[in-house]
Design a protein around this ligand. Structure first.
Ligand code: 5AD
Ligand code: SF4
Length: 442
């Protein structure tokens, strides 16, 4: 049998889809990239931004008619939209077989088997004290050099614009022993770099009595032999402890790159967002980080056009982009999520204005990113090879510790073949829009 998975949204969803593939491989389902030949179609949805239902309904509009030729086809929808709609989604979409929530990942194979037996649709979206599926380990891709490891799930912050706490549930930290075991297995399978994942990683362990802190967890991951690089995402600026900042100084495998969502530069907007920090506190954290890692590469998330955001507020966001100097930003127009506090705020910003602010924000960032990439030319960096370059031409591709992409030709002087997982010292010779070009140095 064959399973086709379509994944929307964040890294957490990508990681969850990997686990689903693994679960179904144990049930003799092979993954396929062709939806028309699948016996099982799974759509893993995201509801964080912009019209998530439209995307789902249009996908279902394509897949449900396939049942005419393949009556045995089972269609399941999971992830955040499924969590929000629950069984109402079955009524709204006749032909859909399964709705499974964000805590039900591991029970999906049983749900599918049940639906095949009973020929009746089923839904399961209750929140559990311990979300199911966190202990499922995806089989690492034999060609992969890096892997994601979920360390916690859910969020208790309830930022006023955000749907995540409602669809992923309360913060749950996985036992550190299970995390370390997973990292060890990944290292044995040849993985060199791990990305520790969670909605709010730097509050790891805080609400689990007897559990270690996030900084301590990093220390334990650091000890796993074979792991050369450690990254994590997403951290919350209000939870940047001094202990975590100093971990960057003491753990050489911890990469000098950090995603630190700012969201907005105006204190008034940050307050209405419920973010729990001011622009000054954010800058202080950046300063402290740069003291221990002068070359740290920062990335961030920005929301423009939050309700009540004035032009002056927006200018504060632009100022923060200049002050911090991010390598990259992920910027979004505010989009009201039903059920969140901000959806009821007054002073919604017209879409045209949001579009204009987004364009100005991205134009400024493009300049900043370009300047930062150009400043790399002439420097020598350690590049972890991830595989052949997408540009072809016999080039290889990899990432610097700061996570910048570098393409480089295989060195003629070195007799051994370049393979993914190797680390080369590479001199940067050219900067493009989103990547660098380098040459291996002896
Ligand atoms: N509108 C726009 N962007 C949002 N994000 C979260 N919720 C919303 C929303 N309602 C963005 C934030 C967050 C990222 C994952 O998505 O910037 O950090
Ligand atoms: Fe959403 Fe805020 Fe939690 Fe991030 S910290 S997931 S933005 S509620």
């Amino acid at each position: 049998m064959k399973v086709y998975i379509e994944t929307y949204g964040c890294q957490m969803n990508v990681s969850d889809s990997g686990k689903i593939v693994h679960l179904f491989a144990n049930q003799d389902y092979q993954p396929t990239s062709d939806s028309r030949s699948a016996d099982l179609i799974i759509i893993n949805t995201c509801s964080v931004r912009e019209k998530p239902e439209l995307k789902l309904f249009s996908a279902l509009g394509r897949y449900i008619p396939l049942k005419r030729q393949r009556p045995e086809l089972v269609i399941a929808v999971g992830g955040c939209v499924a969590q929000q709609w629950g069984k109402k989604l079955l009524e709204r979409c006749p032909g859909l077989d399964i709705v499974f929530g964000t805590h039900q990942l591991d029970s999906l194979p049983q749900l599918v088997a049940g639906v095949r037996r009973s020929q009746k649709p089923a839904s399961s979206t209750d929140f559990l004290a311990c979300p199911g599926g966190l202990e499922v380990m995806a089989r690492p891709d034999p060609k992969a050099v890096n892997a994601m490891v979920t360390i916690m799930q859910g969020c208790d912050n309830f930022c006023s614009y955000c749907i995540v706490p409602y669809v992923r549930g309360r913060e749950y930290s996985r036992p550190s022993s299970a995390i370390i075991e997973e990292v060890r297995k990944l290292a044995e399978a040849g993985i060199k770099e791990v990305m520790l994942l969670g909605q709010n990683v730097n509050s790891y362990g805080l609400k689990a009595p007897g559990e270690i802190s996030f900084a301590e967890l990093l220390g334990m991951v650091h000890e796993v032999e074979g792991i050369e690089r450690i990254r994590f995402t997403t951290s919350h600026p209000k939870d940047m402890s001094d202990e975590l900042i100093s971990a960057f100084a003491t753990l050489p495998k911890l990469c000098p790159s950090l995603h630190l969502p700012l969201q907005a530069g105006s204190d008034a907007v940050l307050k209405r967002m419920g973010r729990g920090y001011t622009a000054a506190v954010y800058l202080e954290n950046v300063e402290k980080l740069r003291q221990v890692m002068p070359d740290v590469a920062l990335t961030t998330d920005i929301i423009v056009g939050f309700p009540g955001e004035s032009e002056a507020d927006f200018q504060q966001t632009l100022m923060m982009l200049e002050k911090v100097g991010y390598d990259q930003i992920y910027s979004f127009k505010y989009s009201a999520r039903p059920g969140t506090r901000a959806a009821d705020y007054e002073d919604m910003i017209p879409d045209e204005e949001k579009r204009d602010r987004l364009a100005r924000c991205q134009a400024l960032q493009n300049k900043i990113s370009q300047t930062l990439l150009l400043a790399q030319v002439g420097k020598v960096s350690e590049v972890l090879v991830t595989g052949p370059s997408k540009r072809g031409e016999g080039e290889w591709s990899g990432r610097t510790p700061e996570s910048r992409i570098v393409n480089f030709p295989a060195p003629v002087s070195i007799s051994t073949k370049v393979v993914a997982g190797d680390i080369y010292r590479v001199k940067i010779v050219e900067a493009f829009k989103h990547s660098l070009k380098g040459e291996v140095v002896a």
